[in-house]
Design a protein around this ligand. Structure first.
Ligand SMILES: [Zn+2]
Length: 349
């Protein structure tokens, strides 16, 4: 009896959306049949994921290279204090919360740095890519991949009280490469400039509204303009960028060469903006035995070793090194790539 009651109530889950005429039952059915790839599980990624999961998209893949820290809790809406205490990778913490919100959505979490090979693997039969990254390196990679596979993607960026978003439709709108240098894009989230959550929420509200239009078969309702705003200064601007489409664009024209997909297999070093942190990514992805790694570091007796199922943290002197299963290391306490590299080679070979 109780089960039956629950079942009837659950059938009501999307009733308010289905009553919204432009969506209706038909639109809802299309939503539940769609697959979305979310790149990044920071402020934008958690906001996007929560809205899409609540609204009943069929499948979500969420990917992120980092773990939860206390400074994230102010705006990254899926995380709780325990995630920061345990340094749970964002993708895993997000997936756990998302499954609790809506168990009918198929949710896949990936702890990885998204470069060419990873993106090619992840893209599968994705209907839409949501940009929740904080850097143009990754966005240009997403842009080329989206053009190559003809998959729409929705750009989002924010910093301070400022936000920006645009919906890229391959074969229709200009691409990100077309817009570079033509339109002020900005929107890189550098922690040093600070950020207020409302700027994030405005961006994700616009990104997910566009996503719902696209996935429910309401493409005619898409905004088609680049939107930027400042919620503190009360400025809202939308710009028609159709004229920026380049006939000979290397990413979206008939002669496209997808320049941002040419991968190099070298060890890669990134300074993480405003974080006093360097990421070192090995030439090849690995499958590390974290337990063995922790034991080896323990034996050195040169610092404090902590482990959870996803990473090992090693604090030595003024530095903290965090190594993930895929062999990536985050070196906290420096912006100097040479120093970071020498620490990594010293402790991890
Ligand atoms: Zn282009």
């Amino acid at each position: 009896m109780i089960d039956q009651l629950h079942h009837t109530e659950q059938a009501d889950r999307y009733s308010r959306q289905e009553r919204y005429a432009p969506l209706g039952r038909e639109g809802q059915a299309k939503l539940s049949d769609s697959k979305v790839l979310i790149i990044g599980a920071g402020a934008l990624g958690t906001g996007i994921a929560e809205t899409l999961v609540r609204s009943g998209v069929g499948q979500i893949t969420i990917v992120d290279r980092d773990y939860v820290e206390w400074s994230n809790l102010q705006r990254q809406q899926l995380y709780v204090e325990q995630d920061a205490i345990e340094r749970i990778p964002k993708a895993m913490a997000a997936a756990k919360r998302l499954s609790a919100i809506n168990s009918t959505v198929q949710i896949e979490a990936k702890v990885m740095d998204v470069r060419v090979d990873e993106l090619e693997e992840l893209i599968g039969n994705t209907d839409l890519i949501m940009d929740a990254t904080d850097n143009f390196d990754t966005r240009l990679l997403i842009n080329d991949m989206a053009q190559k596979h003809q998959i729409p993607w929705i750009y989002g960026g924010c910093v301070g009280s400022y936000g920006i978003t645009y919906t890229f439709l391959p074969g229709d709108t200009p691409c990100l490469n077309c817009l570079l240098g033509e339109v002020p894009l900005g929107g890189d989230t550098c922690d040093t400039s600070g950020i207020i959550p409302q700027a994030v929420q405005m961006v994700t509200a616009n990104q997910t509204a566009e996503a719902m239009k696209l996935l429910s078969g309401n493409s005619a309702a898409l905004r088609r303009k680049l939107l930027s705003f400042d919620v503190w200064r009360n400025e809202y601007i939308s710009i028609n960028v159709d004229g920026a489409k380049k006939q000979d664009c290397a990413s979206c024209s008939p002669v496209a060469t997808y320049p941002f997909l040419s991968s190099s297999n070298l060890e890669k070093t990134d300074v993480l903006c405003g974080r006093d942190t360097v990421q070192i990514r090995p030439a090849r992805r690995q499958q590390l035995d974290l337990q063995l790694t922790a034991e080896r570091l323990q034996r050195l007796e040169e610092g404090k070793v902590e482990i959870n199922p996803f990473l090992v943290s090693f604090t030595t002197g003024d530095h903290r090194l965090v190594i993930f299963q895929d062999g990536r290391v985050l070196v906290h306490g420096t912006n100097d790539t040479a120093e970071a590299r020498s620490l990594v080679h010293r402790y991890f070979g």
